[in-house]
Design a binder for this molecule. Structure first.
Ligand SMILES: [Zn+2]
Length: 208
């Protein structure tokens, strides 16, 4: 069992989204390059030369890119409305692993300051929470999570989870508020996790 084509996973190039900063397989992100004559183009084949930036095919990241001007800034160009419409359409049809989407939401929620990390912080929080654990978390952490009505196991290891949220390491458990005003991130993750569970058999064995 030492030779396995899945070992190839280690060599999949990783890139980060210019907005949420979450790292993912190159194929899960959209590459955008600066057009030689100004403006931006979507690099569909991933081969265009020139200054490029990666973004999640996620409406949240795209709308933030548009509002903040970060994408235009990182490409050093001006981006017109026509391009934004094109990008939104393209993103809708871009196939992405649901893991990548969940990672993007976690990254954004961290940036928004609503992500609660670790059992101590979770215990201290009095709001209704969605509790999420790494799939290789310890028994005691799993037991802690099970005390919460809304708890899910993410398809991520402790290492992947720590990297996703840009923490030094050892992140086994996180939570997001489910209270009305701030529930957006938690709702998104719940929906994606549910969809992911349904499609797991297909996704789980997918090898390129
Ligand atoms: Zn993103």
């Amino acid at each position: 069992m030492t030779y396995s084509p899945t070992n190839k996973n280690k060599h999949v190039p990783q890139r980060s989204c210019v907005i949420c900063r979450v790292k993912g397989d190159k194929k899960n992100l959209i590459r955008i390059v600066r057009h030689p004559e100004g403006g931006a183009v979507i690099d569909i084949a991933g081969k265009l030369p020139g200054r490029g930036a990666y973004i999640c095919p996620d409406d949240e990241c795209i709308s933030r890119a548009k509002k903040s001007g970060l994408l235009a800034h990182s490409l050093g160009t001006v981006i017109n409305d026509e391009f934004w419409n094109e990008l939104e359409d393209y993103a809708k049809n871009h196939e992405v692993d649901s893991d990548m989407k969940i990672r993007s939401v976690l990254g954004l929620s961290r940036k928004a300051g609503v992500l609660i990390i670790g059992t101590d912080n979770i215990s201290a929080n009095k709001h209704k929470l969605l509790v999420m654990t790494a799939r290789d978390c310890s028994e005691s952490v799993r037991e802690f999570a099970s005390r919460y009505e809304e708890n899910i196991t993410l398809n991520m290891t402790i290492e992947e989870l720590s990297e996703t949220i840009g923490s030094g390491g050892g992140v086994q458990i996180l939570a997001l508020p489910l209270t009305a005003k701030k529930a957006g991130f938690a709702d998104k993750i719940k929906n994606m996790a549910a969809r992911h569970a349904e499609g797991k058999t297909e996704r789980g064995t997918a090898i390129e």
